[in-house]
Design a protein around this ligand. Sequence first.
Ligand code: SF4
Length: 314
Amino acid sequence: MSNLVEVRNLKKYFEVSGGFLHAVDDVSFSIEKGKTIGVVGESGCGKSTLGRVLIHLLESTGGQLIYDGKDITKVSRKELSDLRKKVQIIFQDPFSSLNPRMTIYQTIAEPMKIAGGYSSRQIDEIVYKMMDTVGLARRLVNVYPHELDGGRRQRIGIARALVLNPEFIVCDEPVSALDVSIQAQIINLLLDIQEKMGLTYMFITHDLMVVRFISDEIIVMYLGQIVEKAPSKELFERQLHPYTKALLSAVPIPDVHVPMKHVSLSGELTTPINPKPGCRFAARCPYATPMCTKENPALREVSEGHFVACHLVK
Ligand code: SF4
């Protein structure tokens, strides 16, 4: 299977008073066609910024982005408009990402009107087809977002992301704002659609149970960098980075015979503004050595497909 997305040494810095905030700092990975890569980490680790840079909602500061074999690091206005049809995003909060003055019909039809080239009849057909695909009753076509519950609003967001027949979708915390009972329905819907349409996903979340369920591979981010990357099953069975261990220790184990070992983190969070040399996790890491504050560990492959950035992992 070939890669749809390749990210090489990607950087996104924001100018702030006192210097630059390194939101995404030298990140490299790839996503195979038809697969899902999960991105996890605490809030502020750069995962949402990474998703936005990948689909050109934000411009990168450095590095390279390859999409389906083509360099899309810098794109012209025309290329960007073509790219918009292939790459889409589903946002966390369906309520704030939908225009309250637009009906379901208008919301789902809008990307086609902006892209152009669709007749009114085609738009009608596609809107109703998408409503069927995401499980929205056709009788709701003229209602407004505030008349619907969170689950249905997120279904509108998904339908809107699908109308231009994309290949790659960044799902940015798409179920975090929903009730637990609705979350499973939306996750199953995303999996169904992926299978039917052959979609490739980047699934950004802080919910480790969700990411375990949906992802083929998982990236763990800490202060703008990847600290561990592995196939989903491997990461949950054999996590190696001290930060991943702490993160996963908070996830309930569905086996009463396996005792939970919760690892709590202490120490101050290192600032992502003009970060100092050394491992960014050193201030909170129980295993830090003097070398850890001098040299930032590189992300190395320690077994097939399993990458770790830690001086202590050989
Ligand atoms: Fe901890 Fe050092 Fe490994 Fe960083 S490099 S995670 S500080 S042991």
